[in-house]
Write a protein that binds this ligand. Structure first.
Ligand code: GLN
Length: 283
């Protein structure tokens, strides 16, 4: 007698069909099924004829329903890989983007992993940037801040499950929780999208917190605030590195220049877009 519930192969076919208008039906179908089965990718390939249980099939259908309605896979499974880390994510924070790994790479180029190196990640969200840096620089002292209490909670959970609890994560606006402290490196992926940007009504960003995405003054208000206040929090020769929009290189470089930074540079993301700019503060 044929089992009552679909096999792995049948469930995947059904899901791919259901998601065919989406961006990545193949990958989404697999990732969501792995989540439901609690298995590794190889299991789906090895046992295509194994049948789902009633509960698994129900859970898979529920997830597919939500994905079809546009909810990001990362929120549905509660996880997203970033750098070498698997991070817990929630709708309290932005889902870490692969492009933000460029910001981590550039940060690692600027810091010497010495015991007295102090680094802070502003608006840390899941903790992605701070935790990636901390995982590469065990001797450095890494701090992070976020305005939202639920984000701070999540970042601390991630720190703890990644055995990086020594990262000091504080609640507050940008540099405010660090009054009187100075850093060798200040890094941030702040909100930088213009509130009028039509992309905000498309795709995954619709489900992400708007406070983590948009900023006034054509997306530049928070970047400007960070550039202007960071000078009080940098050691002589310390670096500020920021992620920004693909069309904001010139504006960000000008803001850095005006605020007195030197050695100003911009790096591109993996898609060849201007994405990260920074400068060194000597004064
Ligand atoms: N790069 C993200 C996007 O375009 C936005 C991230 C941010 O605002 N910091 O979806």
């Amino acid at each position: 007698m044929k089992d009552k519930y679909p096999s792995i192969a049948e469930a995947l076919n059904w899901a791919r069909e259901k998601l065919h208008l989406g961006e990545s039906p193949q990958v989404d179908a697999k990732v969501l099924l792995q989540h439901v089965l609690g298995c590794e990718p190889v299991y789906l390939l090895t046992w295509p004829e194994r049948c789902l249980t009633e509960l698994q099939w129900q859970q898979y259908q529920d997830l597919l329903e939500k994905r079809e309605a546009g909810q990001p896979v990362a929120y549905l499974i509660g996880l997203r890989d970033f750098w070498s880390l698997s991070l817990k994510v929630s709708p309290a924070t932005l889902i870490p983007r692969p492009d933000t790994e460029v910001l981590v790479e550039q940060s690692l180029k600027k810091i010497v992993n010495l015991a007295d190196t102090e680094i802070v990640d502003l608006g840390t969200g899941t903790g992605a940037i701070a935790l990636a840096i901390a995982s590469e620089c065990p001797l450095a002292k890494v701090y992070a801040s976020d305005l939202r209490e639920d984000a701070v909670q999540l970042a601390r959970e991630n720190a703890s499950s990644l055995h990086l609890s020594e990262v000091d994560i504080r609640q507050g606006s940008w540099l405010e929780p660090f009054s009187g402290q100075t850093f060798d490196l200040i890094v941030s992926n702040p909100p930088y999208i213009d509130p009028q940007d039509p992309h905000l009504s498309q795709g995954d960003v619709r489900f992400e917190p708007i406070s983590a995405l948009t900023s006034e003054q054509n997306g530049l208000a928070d970047i400007k605030h960070i550039i202007d206040t960071a000078t009080d929090y940098l050691k002589a020769g310390g670096w500020l590195l920021l992620e920004h929009g693909y069309d904001q290189k010139q504006a960000v470089q000008q803001l850095l220049d005006k605020a007195g930074y030197s050695q100003i540079f911009t790096e591109q993301d993996y898609g060849g877009m201007d994405r990260v700019s920074g400068g060194c503060y000597l004064a």
